[in-house]
Design a protein around this ligand. Structure first.
Ligand SMILES: [Fe+2]
Ligand SMILES: [Fe+2]
Length: 322
């Protein structure tokens, strides 16, 4: 039985104060807790954009499943693309706990209203792109997402734990593809280097604009959704890449890149933010193609959704009759 004392805690007179206290004490906010509307909205936007990125992110790689160079490579790539679908599903479920429906999120995506990570609007012309995506894109995703395992919103943080384990497998498989190519013929080495050249800069841009141009970051950090700034995460990522690039024998395509002993950080060349914003606005090389493919897949899957809903209705009726 619930005592009045329990109720007093659950419906305390100062919800904001309780929320602030939970955040200050590194406690989790759960779906049944009161939360400021701006916190809820920020999370819905961030988690749904993240889910959309996982789902759209299946396309550049799905493109290579039938053309991967061996049965083993096909099986691995298929498993990887399926993992990304799973990530999308956990994240949609986490967003649903905040009061938005799956249908609403899907509509926002296929209508072009919702954003997703701009990296997935680049083409994958060669097999080496599978290596570069795994190594660089999944690698950047790990740097971004490991701190999200401690995000203050419970369902988001918990979803990230499993996602990060899978992302780390993805990064290793990408590294291994590049390593194999780099130990191959001159042509294969060239193909690997070319893919790294094309994916390196967009993967750095995945962390978002520089800290002084990222107005929402401070609030997200105060809410303990975000734990490190964009520039801090970018620094970590580059620090992880440099020794790995050496093992691979690839060159990171930034002639300015060097460790700045005095500043204690990596000095890097300027990211092309105009290109980043152009792609974000929908004018990247594959934006239209990616959205069109998602729309078609959604329409073609309508009968599956209807059949599943009907099956659930029948089971419910049978359970009621029993
Ligand atoms: Fe993923
Ligand atoms: Fe991944």
């Amino acid at each position: 039985m619930t005592s009045t004392a329990d109720l007093a805690i659950a419906q305390g007179p100062d919800d904001q104060e309780r929320f602030d206290e939970l955040i200050a004490h590194e406690q989790r906010i759960e779906p049944r807790d009161w939360m400021p509307e701006a916190y809820r909205k920020t999370l819905i936007r961030q988690i749904s954009q993240h889910a959309h990125s996982e789902i759209i992110g299946m396309q550049p790689e799905g493109n290579w499943i039938t053309r991967a160079p061996s049965l083993k490579r096909k099986a691995i790539l298929m498993a990887k693309v399926q993992d990304e679908a799973g990530h999308g599903l956990y994240l949609y479920s986490a967003a649903q706990t905040l009061g938005i429906t799956r249908e609403e999120m899907m509509q926002q995506l296929i209508s072009g209203k919702a954003k997703y990570s701009s990296i997935f609007n680049y083409p994958t012309p060669t097999w080496a792109d599978m290596g570069a995506i795994g190594w660089l894109v999944d690698g950047a995703a790990i740097c971004n997402q490991v701190p999200l395992c401690r995000a203050s919103y419970g369902p988001y943080g918990r979803a990230m734990v499993r996602i990060c384990k899978e992302e780390s497998f993805h990064q290793r498989q990408g590294f291994e593809i590049l390593l194999t190519l780099m130990q191959g013929t001159a042509e294969q080495r060239e193909m690997a280097q070319d893919a790294v050249n094309r994916w390196y800069w967009p993967s750095l841009a995945m962390f978002g604009p520089p800290d002084d141009q990222s107005p929402n970051s401070a609030q997200s950090m105060a809410w303990k959704i975000k734990r490190f700034s964009n520039d801090e995460l970018r620094q970590r990522f580059v620090g992880m890449l440099v020794p790995q690039a050496e093992i691979l024998g690839v060159t990171l395509p930034d002639p300015e890149l060097r460790w700045d002993e005095e500043a204690g950080r990596w000095h890097m060349g300027e990211i092309d933010w105009d290109e980043f914003y152009e792609v974000l606005r929908g004018n990247g090389p594959c934006n239209a193609e990616r959205l069109e493919r998602r729309r078609t897949a959604h329409e073609e899957g309508a009968w599956v959704r209807e059949a599943a809903a009907e099956y659930a209705r029948r089971r419910a009726r049978r359970a009621e009759a029993a």
